[in-house]
Design a protein around this ligand. Structure first.
Ligand SMILES: Nc1nc2c(ncn2[C@@H]2O[C@H](COP(=O)(O)OP(=O)(O)OP(=O)(O)O)[C@@H](O)[C@H]2O)c(=O)[nH]1
Length: 539
């Protein structure tokens, strides 16, 4: 069983005064360092270089092999000195200000394979960065390395998987709904993915390993860009331009300022300024987003969900920033809080955007319904009856099954209107429509052709079946009065029934049924007149 113990202490250089290993060792010897229990260290943006001493004791009688995690991936210069008991010193260097070395493992940090000699030895780490210096020191056995790397890879896989799914989902919503919100939101999620792969070193390792300068400024620029995209999404989601035009202008100004400052810092290669701008702009922007949400609570539906979502990401971001800056003790959860926050934010926002989809869809269905149905009777209107009936007729012609059509017209309906008033006439029409709907089958089509003329298409019925059906309908109407203002009002109707024959078109079929209806009226009303097309033509 290999056992070893180690102790960590650290000190910081004076600003702009790099010291050598010898000087640093002397300072440690003089007791100028601070101890660390956990070995998890973090220092803020623009911190002077940090020296860490790790005193190791290997009590066994053989070398111990370990992987030492020294820092996160974005530390600019990371030197690891190993001092043996005999005074022999080895130095290995990495960091993202150099072309990528094999020690920089994306998603993990800067790691070194080390051998711990028998007895006592020392490691000294010198870390320097304009960005926050975060040193989560950890010795892993070579077996644990595999487990740890697999779980870290899996967590990033899940994070990017969920975010990419939400991104795609919003792009699809945008395609069908054509609302800018969705596309802004998709770009906002996309920028977080780029930002996260940037600061975790994936892009540096896989895309531009030989351009450390790009690595140094890229992430900082993406931090500002991500903030700007969050603001643009907020402006669009909350419709700030319409609700609070002054606020809209102020946010535009703030966006312009952010872009300008990071561009100036980048072009002049002022790394420290760029880091300060990026970290403060990102933090401030989440506060601006929450404030915008709060200002629109009473103006925009779902604004409270928006506030909840962006607060989650704000809280996560603050926790990560404060952990990186050494303001709160380093924990892995605290360090990854921004990722949890963004996940929560993405899910809540995806939910509220999908509610918008539901609202829009039900409005579309309503409009579709209004375009197809008669509002008084809920029967098909003339246009939709024609289009559906024509399709059915073509289908039945192809299949060779019979099909019939009935035209009905209420008897003396003018008298109903005159005697009881137009309102009661309307009630009568609704009453008739109810009877029709209760007596027809799923495949039958019933349309109101304006006024009190109603047309019924009966697929699969020949003239005889259709006439029997119509006769039953006539009787049912005759026998069923409707109540209005304490009165029982009786309604009757006359009908013309025709069966489709040969190559008749729908309007010809209606015309023939109308002729029969006219006969029914002429013969005394409240009756059904029917014939096949050939009989009618011969008549
Ligand atoms: N209340 C109401 N009346 C309507 C509506 N559409 C048409 N009408 C009335 O229906 C009546 C139709 O009258 P006519 O076509 O002359 O025929 P009728 O009185 O029904 O007599 P016959 O058809 O010959 O039996 C007119 O008085 C129209 O004003 C409606 O939506 N509501």
């Amino acid at each position: 069983q290999e056992t070893f113990t180690y102790q960590v202490d650290y000190l910081q250089e004076a600003p702009q005064q790099a010291i050598s290993l010898t000087t640093a060792r002397a300072m440690f010897e003089r007791g100028e360092a601070k101890g660390s229990d956990s070995g998890l260290l973090s220092f803020g943006v623009g911190s002077p270089a940090v020296w860490v001493r790790i005193k190791v004791n290997n009590p066994t009688d053989q070398l111990i092999h370990k992987r030492l995690t020294t820092s996160v991936t974005w530390v600019n210069y990371l030197d690891l000195y190993q001092v043996q008991a005999n005074g022999h010193v080895t130095l290995r260097s990495s960091g993202d200000a150099l072309a990528r070395t094999q020690e920089l493992l994306p998603g993990i940090g800067i790691v070194f394979n080390v051998q711990l000699p028998v007895g006592e030895s020392e490691f000294y780490i010198r870390a320097q960065a304009h960005d926050p210096i975060v040193l989560p020191l950890q010795f892993l056995s070579l077996e644990d390395v595999a487990d740890s790397d697999i779980s870290s890879g899996m967590l990033y896989g899940i994070l990017y998987g969920i975010l990419l799914t939400l991104l795609g989902y919003n792009l699809i919503l945008h395609r069908s709904l054509k609302q800018a919100n969705f596309v802004f939101y998709a770009i906002y999620i996309g920028s977080f993915i780029v930002l996260n792969t940037g600061y975790n070193g994936y892009l540096f390792a896989w895309v531009h390993p030989n351009y450390p300068l790009l690595q140094n400024y890229f992430t900082l620029n993406i931090m500002v860009l991500h903030s700007v995209l969050g603001l643009v999404f907020s402006l669009s989601f909350l419709d700030v331009k319409r609700h609070r035009p002054k606020c809209f202008k102020l946010v535009l100004l703030y966006i312009g300022l952010g872009i300008l400052s990071i561009l100036v810092a980048t072009v002049l290669q002022w790394h420290l300024l760029a880091a300060l701008v990026a970290f403060s702009y990102l933090s401030l922007s989440t506060v601006v987003m929450v404030a915008l949400g709060l200002l629109h609570l009473s103006l925009v539906a779902k604004a409270q969900h928006f506030v909840l979502a962006v607060s989650a990401s704000m809280l996560g971001l603050f926790t990560t920033a404060a952990t990186s800056a050494g303001l709160i003790p380093f924990t892995y959860v605290g360090y990854h809080a921004a990722e949890f926050g963004v996940l929560l934010e993405a899910m809540v926002l995806a939910y509220i955007l999908s509610v918008a989809l539901k609202v829009k869809e039900s409005a579309r269905l309503k409009a579709e319904y209004l375009a197809a149905y008669d509002p008084l009777t809920n029967l098909l209107n003339r246009r939709s009856f024609f289009s559906l009936a024509s399709q059915k007729i073509e289908q039945h012609k192809a299949e060779g099954v019979p099909l019939s059509l009935v035209v009905m017209d209420l008897d003396h309906f003018k008298k109903v209107n005159d005697a009881y008033g137009h309102h009661v006439g309307d009630e009568a029409l609704k009453h008739v429509a109810n009877i029709l709907q209760n007596n027809t089958r799923k495949d039958d089509l019933v349309g109101r052709f304006g006024g009190e003329e109603i047309v019924i298409l009966l697929p699969k019925d020949d003239c005889q079946q259709a006439s029997l059906f119509t006769e039953r309908l006539r009787k049912s109407l005759e026998k069923t009065p409707f109540a209005s203002g304490g009165m029982q009002v009786y309604i009757t109707a006359s009908f013309g029934v025709v069966e489709l024959a040969g190559k008749m078109a729908l309007d010809e079929l209606i015309k023939e049924a109308d002729t029969l209806l006219y006969q029914a009226k002429k013969n005394g009303r409240n009756q059904v007149a029917s014939a096949t097309f050939s009989e009618v033509s011969l008549a």
